[in-house]
Design a protein around this ligand. Structure first.
Ligand SMILES: C[S@@+](CC[C@H](N)C(=O)[O-])C[C@H]1O[C@@H](n2cnc3c(N)ncnc32)[C@H](O)[C@@H]1O
Length: 319
């Protein structure tokens, strides 16, 4: 029997001072925009296109790990769980587990309402027996999950190395929030990109087709639509570089000329060569990541990697 709240989409309205947060980032030195603003429907579609690129090994290798170890991964999670996926996007990766897993309830969460609605409709069509209770929310301001089903162990699913978008301390904090949302048994299944040769990382974030550049530049259009503005993508170029010392890819939008723009009624000035920092993507050796997860209250149960050890999938218990 389906729980009473199953197959619904809940919109969690968080009193978020949107314009204030965005403008504060664009007034700061150096200027920055939070990566959560990449994902209007065009941004979500561009991200899906990135995952298909030859250079973007992340999706390919994560899929390979899940293909090879699916039975072991599902056995580690157990049956009848409440599976919660923050930043579920197109809800494609849950499909890797569904043939074996049969969760009691699946809760995909995403900030991009339109994309989540479409993804959930497709999922329900393909898996009519699956109980889905989707939630539109910003998971960085808190994980507000419904209490039910109370007797199902809660397991978080956070693939795609999205954890790399957090600063390491913020990653501990976010995993701590997941840990706090688990009472009793439960766990965290997480995909983490590994440190590797700079050339491989550069190619992955500077693809020849320019899709990552379009994705990065699209954030300006999204802000114009959200707040009213005339930020012009033609005045910026995409920059992505690996910072070896910090172990992270850094993405920027670099102003190609000196210019002014208006956003939410505020005049913004850009010097030629000035950068807006739009994303970090931290890469972790498994031991480095395990130490962060332990600080958040998780205990490692299993680690699976591809042959080259370029991508890790880890299962942690909350016990
Ligand atoms: C990089 S995509 C990953 C999608 C999918 N999980 C995967 O692994 O392919 C990040 C997803 O998280 C969502 N997202 C980003 N920041 C978010 C936030 N703060 N709260 C909720 N969703 C967020 C985006 O809308 C997008 O769908």
């Amino acid at each position: 029997m389906k729980p009473a709240n199953a197959n619904s989409v809940q919109v969690v309205t968080q009193a978020e001072p949107l314009a204030a947060e965005i403008l504060a980032g664009l007034r700061a030195v150096p200027k920055h925009i939070a990566p959560k603003y990449f994902y209007d429907s065009k941004g979500a579609a561009l991200f899906d296109a990135i995952t298909e690129l030859d250079e973007y090994y992340v999706m390919r290798l994560e899929a390979a790990v899940f293909r090879q170890y699916r039975s072991a991964i599902c056995a580690a999670i157990g049956t009848g769980v409440h599976l919660v996926e923050p930043g579920a996007g197109s809800c494609e990766k849950i499909r890797w587990l569904l043939p074996d897993l049969s969760p009691r309830l699946y809760t995909p969460m995403d900030i991009s309402a339109e994309h989540l609605h479409v993804s959930v409709a497709r999922l329900r069509n393909d898996f009519p027996a699956l109980n889905v209770s989707a939630q539109v929310c910003d998971h960085t301001v808190g994980l507000r999950l419904r209490a039910e089903p109370q007797d199902a162990p809660r397991v978080f699913f956070y693939p795609g190395s999205s954890i790399g978008n957090f600063e390491p301390e913020a990653a501990v904090h976010f995993m701590g929030a997941m840990r706090a949302a688990i009472s009793g048994r439960g766990g965290l299944l997480i995909g983490v990109d590994t440190k590797k040769a700079t050339a491989v990382l550069h190619a992955a974030y500077n693809d020849k087709a320019g899709i990552t550049a379009q994705f990065n530049l699209n954030v300006l259009e999204h802000l114009n639509n959200l707040l009213g503005g005339d930020l012009n993508p033609a005045n910026f170029t995409h920059v992505a570089r690996y910072n070896e010392e910090l172990g992270r890819i850094e993405m920027y939008l670099e102003a190609s000329r000196q210019h002014c723009a208006v956003l939410a009624g505020e005049r913004l000035e850009f010097a030629a060569g000035e950068r807006i920092h739009t994303e970090n993507s931290y890469k972790y050796y498994p031991q480095e990541f395990i130490a962060l997860a332990q600080r958040a209250g998780f205990a490692l149960q299993a680690l699976w990697q591809d042959e080259q050890k370029w991508f890790s999938v880890l299962y942690f218990s909350a016990d």
